[in-house]
Design a protein around this ligand. Structure first.
Ligand code: SF4
Ligand code: SF4
Length: 378
C-alpha cells in the first residue's frame, strides 16, 4: 500500500470530531462491547497532562466537538479537568457513559466544568436482561442517574444497543425512556465488530424481529408526536449497500485510544500492515495530515474492483475497511455487506442463520480482562 495512493482524489480538511477514549477500564462486561477484544494489551493510559495536550492540539487543528468515552470515562478521576479544558478551548463536549460512578457531586462538578451533553446507555428495559447482558447489577443505578441528569438540566439522551436478546422488548424500552423523560433515544442495532463479532450468532436479530421493531418504533413516533426523538439505526448486515463508514476514513473523526494511538476509527488498529502513531510520538497535526495510517484509505484512489469502477463509490466510499478486513481478509476489498462484493455470501449466511434461529454452540462471551488476554493470543 502506497500511503499517498488514497490521496489522489481526496482533499484533506481538518477533523471535526475528537473522540477521546480516555480509558478501556469498565465495570461492565457487555457482550456487544465496541472496545477492541485485545484492549487488555493497551493499558498504559495517557496521563492528565497528555490528555490536556491532545485537547489543545485537536482544537488547534480545527475539531469542534469532543466526545469523552471509554470504557467508562467516569473511572478517570481527572475527567472533570479534561472537560473543563475542552470547554475552555471552545469544544462542544459530550460524555458517553454507562452511568456507573456518577454521583450527585460528580454531576454538579461536570456541570460546573461546562459539560454540554451526556449520553446514558441502558442494556434493556428490564432489570434481569440489563444486568445479565452487562454481567453487573446496574439497572437501578442507571435509573437514578437518569433522574440526576434531568435535575442538572441536561437533555436526557439515552442509548440502547439493540440485538436479538432485547429487540423484542423494544416497545417497553421506548416506554421506559419516555417515563424517564428522555428527549432523545438512540436504538442502535449492534454492529458486528469486536465483542459483538465474537457473539454475532447470538446477537443478530432475524429480519422478522427487525421489521417488527421498526414498525413499533414508527408507531411510537406517531404517538409521541415529536415529544421524544427516536433514532433507529439498522444493522448493516441486513442491507445490500454498506454505510459510508465514519463519514469517510480520516475525514471527520479523530479517535485517540487510552494509550494514545490516533486512529480514523476506534477499531482501525486491527488492520495489518498499517502504522498508527501515538500522540506520545508525534503531534496531532502531522498524524492527521501526513501519517501512513490516516492517508491509506482517504478518498477513492486506493480502491480495487468492484468499487473502483462503481458509480456509488463517492457515496459510500466502499464501506468499512475493518469490516472488509474481518469478513474478506482484505482491508482494501469492498465491504462484504455490499451485494456486489465477492464475499457477500458471508453476510448472507449470517443473516440466514439468524432468520432460521440457528444459534452457535459457543456460549456468549462477556467482555472482561481474562477473555481479552485469551482472545489476544488465540
Ligand atoms: S459497551 Fe459496556 S462494557 Fe463496553 S465500554 Fe460500554 S458499558 Fe463498558
Ligand atoms: S461496489 Fe464498492 S463502491 Fe460500489 S456499492 Fe459496493 S461497496 Fe459501494
Amino acid at each position: 500500500m502506497n500511503a499517498l495512493s488514497g490521496l489522489k482524489s481526496a482533499v484533506v480538511g481538518p477533523p471535526l470530531w475528537l473522540l477521546a477514549e480516555v480509558t478501556y477500564r469498565c465495570p461492565l462486561h457487555c457482550v456487544f462491547c465496541y472496545n477492541p477484544t485485545d484492549y487488555a494489551r493497551h493499558e498504559d493510559e495517557l496521563s492528565t497532562d497528555e490528555w490536556l495536550r491532545v485537547l489543545r492540539e485537536a482544537r488547534a487543528l480545527g475539531a469542534v466537538q469532543c466526545g469523552f468515552s471509554g470504557g467508562e470515562p467516569l473511572l478517570r478521576d481527572d475527567l472533570e479537568l479534561m472537560v473543563a479544558e475542552a470547554h475552555r478551548l471552545g469544544f462542544y463536549t459530550n460524555l458517553l457513559t454507562s452511568g456507573v460512578g456518577l454521583t450527585e457531586e460528580r454531576c454538579a462538578a461536570l456541570k460546573a466544568a461546562g459539560l454540554d451533553h451526556i449520553q446514558l446507555s441502558f442494556q434493556d428495559s428490564s432489570r434481569e436482561v440489563n444486568d445479565f447482558l452487562s454481567s453487573t447489577k446496574t439497572f437501578a443505578l442507571k435509573q437514578r442517574v437518569g433522574e440526576m441528569l434531568k435535575a442538572q438540566g441536561w437533555p436526557m439522551v439515552m442509548n440502547v444497543v439493540i440485538h436479538r436478546l432485547n429487540i423484542d422488548h423494544i416497545d417497553r424500552i421506548i416506554a421506559m425512556a419516555h417515563e424517564l423523560g428522555a428527549e432523545y433515544l438512540e436504538l442502535a442495532n449492534s454492529q458486528y465488530y469486536s465483542w459483538a463479532l465474537e457473539n454475532r450468532g447470538h446477537l443478530m436479530p432475524s429480519r422478522a424481529q427487525l421489521q417488527r421493531a421498526e414498525a413499533i418504533t414508527d408507531e411510537w413516533r406517531r404517538k409521541l408526536d415529536g415529544q421524544m426523538k427516536l433514532f433507529f439505526v439498522s444493522p448493516d448486515y441486513h442491507e445490500a449497500r454498506p454505510k459510508k463508514c465514519m463519514n469517510g476514513w480520516g475525514n471527520v473523526f479523530l479517535t485517540i485510544t487510552p494509550d494514545g494511538a490516533a486512529l480514523p476509527c476506534h477499531t482501525a488498529r486491527m488492520l495489518p500492515g498499517l502504522s498508527f502513531p501515538t500522540v506520545r510520538e508525534r503531534d496531532l497535526k502531522s498524524i492527521w495530515y501526513d501519517s501512513e495510517g490516516f492517508n491509506a484509505y482517504r478518498g477513492t484512489g486506493w480502491m480495487k474492483e468492484p468499487c473502483a469502477s462503481c458509480d456509488k463509490k463517492e457515496e459510500d466510499l466502499g464501506g468499512c475497511r475493518c469490516q472488509a478486513y474481518m469478513l474478506a481478509k482484505d482491508a482494501a476489498a469492498a465491504d462484504p455487506v455490499c451485494a456486489k462484493s465477492p464475499q457477500h455470501g458471508v453476510v448472507q449466511a449470517a443473516v440466514a442463520a439468524a432468520d432460521a434461529g440457528r444459534l452457535p454452540e459457543q456460549p456468549l462471551i462477556f467482555r472482561g480482562r481474562a477473555e481479552s488476554l485469551r482472545l489476544s493470543t488465540s
